[in-house]
Design a protein around this ligand. Sequence first.
Ligand SMILES: Cc1cc2nc3c(=O)[nH]c(=O)nc-3n(C[C@H](O)[C@H](O)[C@H](O)COP(=O)(O)O)c2cc1C
Length: 182
Amino acid sequence: MEQRKVVPAGTEWIETHIREFSGSPVARIADDWMLITCGNTTEEKGNWNTMTASWGGLGVLWGKNVAFMFIRPTRFTYALANDNALFTLSFFDASYRRALEVCGAKSGRDTDKAEASGLTPIAFSDGGIAFQEAEEVIACRKLYVHDFDPRQFLDSSIETLYPLKDYHRMFIGEALSLRRKR
Ligand SMILES: Cc1cc2nc3c(=O)[nH]c(=O)nc-3n(C[C@H](O)[C@H](O)[C@H](O)COP(=O)(O)O)c2cc1C
């Protein structure tokens, strides 16, 4: 499904350091959720997608500030995450809960998610795509991917989360910037 055209981000967005991220990353990801967005704006047709995630993290690896996320191969976002060098993680206030529910229930395969969620897709100068309504946006450059190997699960209850055996791919990205509005 063709996604709505992305508009350039306005000058109200300021760029700061990932250390300025508000609150506990665990609480914000697990409780408030985030939107993973990837794609590109260079083509005439919008070639991007977004999906809700409540698993992931922020941390430090290889001497870099990193963000990590986990995407099942069954998601439409999976191919876009593989095909593009950047991804963003967008965080919202509670009033956008319904929009995040939509982006976590519908697929970009057959839904214009911007239209369905009411969110406005924007592109930053570095090519990252996110949403005007977001409170904070982390821009990441992919560093590493890893497919979970069920033989390495040390707790047998983990396997019950994969009845389709669609084990997540982990994407680790360097957290290049944190953006928020003035
Ligand atoms: C609260 C919530 C958290 C989710 N977390 C993840 C996640 O971390 N990884 C994942 O692969 N899917 C996750 N999902 C499921 C995807 O968001 C959902 O399947 C979505 O429709 C995929 O969209 P797509 O097919 O356009 O990529 C989550 C869904 C919800 C509602």
